[in-house]
Design a protein around this ligand. Sequence first.
Ligand SMILES: Cc1cc2nc3c(=O)[nH]c(=O)nc-3n(C[C@H](O)[C@H](O)[C@H](O)COP(=O)(O)OP(=O)(O)OC[C@H]3O[C@@H](n4cnc5c(N)ncnc54)[C@H](O)[C@@H]3O)c2cc1C
Length: 226
Amino acid sequence: MMNLIKHDIKIDESFYKVEEIRHLTKETFSLKLPKARFPFKAGQHLSLGIHGDYQSREYSIYSSESDPNLEVLVKEIDHGYFTPKLRKLKAGDLVEVHGPFGKFGMEPLAAQTGKFVFIASGTGIAPFRSMVRTYPEIDYTLIHGVRYADESYDWQEYASDRYILCTSRDAKGTYQGRLTGYLINCTFAPETDFYLCGNSDMIFDALEILKQKGFEREQIHCEVYF
Ligand SMILES: Cc1cc2nc3c(=O)[nH]c(=O)nc-3n(C[C@H](O)[C@H](O)[C@H](O)COP(=O)(O)OP(=O)(O)OC[C@H]3O[C@@H](n4cnc5c(N)ncnc54)[C@H](O)[C@@H]3O)c2cc1C
């Protein structure tokens, strides 16, 4: 059933009430919404709009396929159009959600039998949290590149021997420096599947390193944020 409200915007099943905002750092927060009203696969993203605003942006789904809340992880961008507005939302405000979109992710059988390396910069960790929560038995290593160690969003959810934190501006991670500096010295099993998510510079550099290590392009899956 649809209701008409101000600005003649129809409130239908694509609108969700914000339930909670979890502030993870000064800039980064997660937005918790009611359970998704559509099925999705871990790794997919959605399009998010704010009620009354004409623009939308894409966000990877941060929650698992079966979590009781749909959740996204967002970094507020200085002088960005959308994220400063998202940051100001409060519990009870309405957002518009469309999706799911994208093919970033793996089939359930592959998740149970494969070997995975997840490579993320910043909030690019979002689809990997969804995968790890959806497939608790998955064999993965997560290499996460951030500036400061406090950007290791929800790090306690990952097994400590599977989560490698690379910090470029402090020495509080597993490795001090860019994640590509860590990656270059790694050895991986030939059958590994790689999933890369985040900014295009990191993805381009990581792709080159993996190609030089002899991995086929088909083994490398990418999700570019900007
Ligand atoms: C498939 C997909 C999934 C995405 N998932 C996420 C997600 O899970 N979490 C998330 O925070 N963002 C995600 N993004 C980025 C997001 O869609 C927006 O681009 C971002 O939130 C900035 O929006 P804005 O309107 O505030 O900035 P804009 O006004 O649109 O852009 C301002 C500038 O900021 C740059 N920019 C965008 N994102 C970043 C960033 N993280 N760090 C530094 N500069 C940036 C843009 O390239 C642009 O130059 C995703 C993008 C895509 C394509």
